[in-house]
Design a protein around this ligand. Structure first.
Ligand code: FES
Length: 575
């Protein structure tokens, strides 16, 4: 035993001949860990977002056992610890309100404890980016094991995916196309196993994008949660984190500009969720890389859409796995990728996808015959969104991509809920629905309210899509001509706040424009009489959130969380 210079960060806690070392070792012994457990072995934290409140992460304590086995096999010492968990289904008003809080929990847990490396276990929409954000700022060697998707849902010979088919079934119910009894059957047929939503929603998108970044072992994103191959992946990841510690490969070595460009290509090729844009921008900000929303548009134009999954396509994640998964997609992207980017496998992105091929071309199209040649996600500019807005073109009705119509304005979500199905609402299929005060500060937390329900009276006329505009987000499982992430948001005085009923709005997707057709003098008059909505939270985390959250074009991170902190080494605590 020395004075903590055994080459491991944890040695500063356990490898010293002083009172601190005595106490650190003695208290570990209370759990039965003798000296052999950690002596000259890297201490590997398993950062676990397991929670019974988060159905997508409910199996992660089991998966942690597989990770532990791999760590032990490779000569490491695993210690599992809990962090906050964020459940998309149950948290109100939105799990997004807490992404940055969980990221702080992850970062500070890694910094404060004697960890040489970390395996991040996460599954649901926000737990994956929050874990990555925290690990990027802590910059201790880390890799991610995602929880994997649920098995396909099944109902009356149809595959069901959450939550694309939840929205669809609800619209069918409201339009009178299915009965309450049918709706109940859909409810019990949708979620058949552990795992996250099995469409190409935000969780599947973030798992795939994390693989594109090089932060998971190749092939990991799409393995179903309950497939034994996920357990094998977890075991392998446990062994690999020990190697990353030995080689001193850290998130900062992997999260390069090239890695982000690879991830953005993957995002477009899979027809991924618009939420992926926010999370990638925030993550890049943690490592000092700027990702303007226009870069997403630029790379979208030259990236073929290949993956035929709901909500944009037909299939589900289980099919995607059997069809070849992310490696097959990346192999098709070939020359568009930075193949020399380093990954947590210890090899390059190019080496990871050698030999990867498409097994089922109905699910993964080839680069020669893509589902479309590019442009599934577009970034808009214009006088209604000076700092940008996003539209998922592949999920919208083609005829609405070039559209001009009168605004039907909802002042907030309560107003929308109260009036959307009012038979007297002056709305037609050509209207442009506008929702205010649904952004990061206004809601707060930028909930997934952007996919406003189509008014019942339009559904009954057979209308299936309407242009909708807001400063909110949209679930990655949703679809429609939905303009999101309008920045700056209405609650802080963005032009969206000034829209009035009947104003004409022009969406020109080809020109990447979103404009309010109101003259400057009128806009100036409206601005002069505008007052911000009353602030909702005066204390606690929500006050911190409102004071420090950045706008959508900056990833909704907190201003003070951008960048990295120095890793805390131990200092003497006990004399
Ligand atoms: Fe967790 Fe959909 S509810 S991924």
């Amino acid at each position: 035993m020395t004075n903590g210079d055994n080459g491991l960060r944890s040695g500063k806690w356990f490898d010293t001949r002083d009172l601190d070392g005595f106490l650190h070792r003695s208290w570990l012994k209370s759990q039965g860990f003798g000296d052999l457990a950690y002596k000259n072995r890297p201490v590997i934290g398993i950062c676990n977002s397991w929670s019974e409140l988060v159905n997508c992460n409910a199996h992660l304590r089991d998966l942690a056992q597989d990770v532990k086995r791999g760590i032990l096999q490779a000569g490491g010492f695993p210690l599992e610890f809990p962090v906050m968990s964020l459940g998309e289904a149950l948290m109100k008003p939105t799990a997004m309100l807490y992404r940055n809080l969980m990221a702080m929990d992850v970062e500070e847990s890694i910094r404060a404890y004697p960890l040489d490396g970390v395996v991040l276990l996460a599954g649901c929409d926000k737990t994956v980016p929050a874990s990555l954000l925290g690990a990027a700022s802590a910059n201790v060697p880390a890799l991610m094991v995602t929880g994997g998707p649920m098995l396909n849902g099944h109902w009356r010979n149809q595959n069901l995916g959450s939550c694309t088919d939840c929205w669809r079934a609800h619209e069918d119910l409201r339009a009178g196309r299915i009965t309450e009894a049918d709706f109940d059957e859909v409810e019990v047929s949708m979620s058949r196993s552990n795992g996250h939503c099995q469409t190409m929603g935000t969780a599947s998108t973030m798992a795939s994008v994390t693989e594109g970044l090089g932060m998971t072992l190749p092939g990991g994103a799409a393995i179903p949660a309950v497939d034994s191959r996920r357990k094998q992946l977890a075991e392998l990841s446990g062994a690999q984190i020990v190697q990353l510690v030995k080689d001193d490969i850290r998130p900062g070595d992997i999260l390069t500009r090239e890695a982000f460009e690879n991830a953005i290509r993957v995002l477009h090729a899979i027809g991924g969720s618009t939420n992926g844009i926010l999370h990638l921008i925030a993550l890049a900000g943690r490592v000092g890389i700027g990702l303007p929303v226009q870069l997403f548009d630029e790379l979208s134009e030259s990236t073929p859409w290949l993956v035929n999954l709901k909500p944009s396509g037909e299939y589900l994640m289980e099919d995607f796995y059997y069809a070849g998964g992310v490696p097959a997609v990346m192999a098709q992207l070939g020359g568009l990728l930075h193949t020399d980017a380093l990954t947590v496998s210890g090899g390059s992105a190019g080496a990871n996808i050698e030999g990867a091929h498409i097994v089922n071309p109905k699910v993964i199209a080839s680069a020669e015959e893509p589902l479309s040649t590019g442009g599934s996600l577009v970034a808009l500019a214009g006088n209604l969104c000076p700092d940008g807005a996003i539209l998922k073109r592949s999920a919208a009705e083609e005829s609405l991509l070039q559209h001009e119509g009168p605004a039907v304005v909802f002042e907030d979500i309560a107003d929308l809920n109260e009036r959307v199905d009012d038979p007297g609402l002056p709305v037609s299929g050509g209207s442009v629905m506008v929702l205010k005060n649904a952004g990061p500060v206004g809601a707060p937390g930028m909930p997934e309210w952007g996919h406003m329900p189509i008014p019942k009276k339009l559904l009954r006329q057979g209308v299936t899509d309407v242009v909708r505009i807001s400063d909110a987000r949209m679930s990655g499982t949703s679809y429609g001509a939905v303009v999101l992430h309008v920045a700056p948001e209405s609650a802080i005085g963005g032009p969206l706040a000034l829209v009035m009923n009947g104003d004409r709005i022009r969406l020109d997707t080809a020109a990447r424009r979103l404009d309010l057709l109101v003259d400057d003098a009128e806009m100036a008059a409206r601005r002069a009489s505008w007052t911000p909505p009353p602030r909702k939270d005066a204390r606690g985390y929500r006050a911190l959130f409102a004071d420090h959250v950045l706008q959508a074009n900056e990833g909704c991170d907190f201003d003070f969380l951008r960048g990295r902190s120095p890793v805390v080494e131990t200092s003497r605590t006990y004399g």
